[in-house]
Design a protein around this ligand. Structure first.
Ligand SMILES: NC(=O)c1ccc[n+]([C@@H]2O[C@H](COP(=O)([O-])OP(=O)(O)OC[C@H]3O[C@@H](n4cnc5c(N)ncnc54)[C@H](O)[C@@H]3O)[C@@H](O)[C@H]2O)c1
Ligand SMILES: [Zn+2]
Length: 392
C-alpha cells in the first residue's frame, strides 16, 4: 500500500472597494503583486456585455487601468464582452470561453478577471477551473447577490441535462473585489434577491445583523447606498467566514447550514416553472422552516412574525399557488423537495432550524404531519402576494 496525504492551504481576500478600475485604486493591481511573479502576470478580462448599457466606458476604463500597472500585469487581449444571465451557464458558453483563453495564450500562471453577475461568474469560473486544469480566477461581482453570496464562495457550476448547477468544481478564487459602484444600477428586485439570503444568514448566525435589517429594510429598498453596502458586506462576511471555518469548505459532509430554507425553496422554484425567483422562494422556505421550529416548541412565535414582517419590508412576496399543488393522494408536491434535498446532500437529511434569532440547530428527521401543519399555517398567515418573475 502507498498512502498519499497532503493538504493545500487556500487563502483569498474579499475586498470591499469603490471604483475598482479607477487608476489610483491599487486594490486589483495589488492582487497580482501579491503573487510575487518574476514579471508582469498575464491577465485576460471577461466582462458581462449587459453592463455596457449602464457602464459604456467600462472596457476603456479596464484597459487604462491595466496600462497603468505594467510592472504587475499585462493584458493578454482587450477586455472581452460575454453575454451574462442564466443562459451563460451552459457548456457551449464554457467551451467558447476556453477558446478565448487559448487564443489569448493563457497559461497556468495566467489570471482570469471576470466582471459580472453570479451567472457569468459561475460559467467563467468553471471555464477557468478546467482550462489547463485551472488558471487563477479573480472575481468582480456586479450584483448585490453575487457580492453578498454567490460570488464570494468557492464553487462554480453550469446547468446541464435540464439540471441546475449539475457540472461544476470547487475552485477558490485568487481574490474577490466587491465594487459598491456596481450596486447603484441594480433594480429593487435585484436588491431584494440579496436581501433574502441576508435574512437567511442573519436568522441563523447574527441577531445584530437581523436587527439592522429590520431597522434599515425600507431604506435599503429605497436605494440608500450606505445601508445597501452594509447589508452586502455583512452578508458576504458571514458567508465567507462560514466557508472558511466550518471545517467542510468543499461540502464532503451532509450538513449545509447556509442552505437554511432551501429544501422548500428549490422545489417551489421548480413547481412554479421558475416564475418564482430564487430570493422569493428562499423567503417562503425560511417562513416554512421557521414555522416548523415554532410548532416544534423550539422557537417563540414572535420570531416567525418578525421574519414575516422583514420579508414583506424587502418586498419579497408570498405566493400560495406552488404550495397548494398536490399529488393524487392529496399530499402537497412541495414535500418531494425534502427527499430531493437529501439526495442533493448525498447522505442523511440535514435540515437547519432556528432556535432563536441568530442561532440554529441541525435536525436529521422531519415530522411529516407537523410540516404539513407548518405549511398550512404559513399559507393561512401570509395570504397571497404577487409572484416575482425570474424573466422580468
Ligand atoms: N457559485 C455559487 O456558490 C452560487 C451560489 C448561489 C447562487 N449562484 C448562482 O448565481 C446566479 C444568480 O446570480 P445573480 O443574482 O447575480 O444573477 P445574474 O448573474 O443572472 O444577474 C442578474 C441580472 O443582473 C444584471 N446585472 C448584473 N450586474 C448589474 C449591474 N451592476 N447593474 C444592473 N444590472 C446588472 C445581469 O445582466 C442580469 O440581467 C444563479 O445562476 C445561481 O445559481 C451561485
Ligand atoms: Zn440561495
Amino acid at each position: 500500500m502507498v498512502t498519499s496525504e497532503f493538504s493545500i492551504l487556500h487563502h483569498y481576500d474579499t475586498i470591499f472597494t469603490e471604483g475598482v478600475f479607477q487608476v489610483g485604486n491599487a486594490a486589483l493591481a495589488n492582487v497580482f503583486r501579491s503573487l510575487s511573479a518574476p514579471g508582469p502576470v498575464r491577465v485576460l478580462v471577461l466582462f458581462e456585455r449587459q453592463l455596457l448599457a449602464f457602464y459604456p466606458a467600462l472596457p476603456g476604463e479596464i484597459t487604462s487601468y491595466c496600462g497603468h500597472y505594467p510592472d504587475v500585469l499585462l493584458l493578454a487581449a482587450p477586455p472581452v464582452p460575454v453575454d451574462g444571465g442564466e443562459a451563460a451557464k451552459d457548456m457551449a458558453v464554457v467551451m467558447e470561453m476556453c477558446r478565448l483563453f487559448l487564443q489569448a495564450r493563457m497559461c497556468r500562471q495566467s489570471c482570469l478577471v471576470m466582471v459580472g453577475g453570479g451567472a457569468l461568474l459561475d460559467a467563467a469560473g468553471f471555464a477557468a477551473a478546467i482550462f489547463h486544469r485551472g488558471i487563477r480566477p479573480v472575481r468582480i461581482p456586479t450584483t448585490a447577490l453575487a457580492q453578498a453570496d454567490s460570488g464570494v464562495g468557492v464553487k462554480n457550476a453550469v446547468n446541464a441535462f435540464g439540471q441546475k448547477n449539475l457540472l461544476g468544481t470547487f475552485a477558490p478564487p485568487l481574490a474577490v473585489l466587491n465594487d459598491s459602484r456596481f450596486l447603484r444600477t441594480l433594480p429593487p428586485r435585484q436588491i431584494a434577491e440579496a436581501a433574502a439570503e441576508a435574512v437567511k444568514v442573519a436568522m441563523i448566525k447574527d441577531a445584530d445583523f437581523f436587527a439592522f435589517l429590520q431597522e434599515r429594510a425600507m431604506a435599503i429598498m429605497a436605494g440608500d447606498a450606505a445601508a445597501q453596502q452594509v447589508m452586502v458586506r455583512r452578508s458576504a462576511e458571514l458567508h465567507v467566514r462560514h466557508i472558511a471555518t466550518n471545517g467542510d469548505p468543499f461540502e464532503w459532509g451532509s450538513a449545509r447550514p447556509l442552505d437554511f430554507g432551501h429544501w422548500a425553496a428549490h422545489k417551489l422554484e421548480m413547481l412554479s416553472a421558475n416564475r418564482l425567483s430564487h430570493g422569493v422562494a428562499v423567503g417562503m422556505g425560511l417562513l416554512i422552516d421557521t414555522q416548523y421550529a415554532v410548532l416544534s416548541g423550539m422557537l417563540p412565535e414572535a420570531v416567525f412574525q418578525a421574519l414575516k414582517e422583514l420579508l414583506a419590508a424587502f418586498q419579497l412576496p408570498f405566493c400560495r399557488a406552488p404550495l397548494e399543488q398536490r399529488d393524487r393522494f392529496g399530499r402537497r408536491d412541495v414535500f418531494a423537495g425534502l427527499e430531493e434535498f437529501r439526495e442533493h446532500l448525498g447522505g442523511r437529511l440535514h435540515i437547519t432550524l432556528p432556535t432563536a434569532i441568530g442561532q440554529k440547530i441541525e435536525v436529521t428527521e422531519i415530522d411529516g404531519e407537523r410540516m404539513e401543519q407548518a405549511i398550512a399555517t404559513v399559507v393561512a398567515e401570509c395570504g397571497e402576494g404577487q409572484p416575482t418573475s425570474n424573466q422580468a
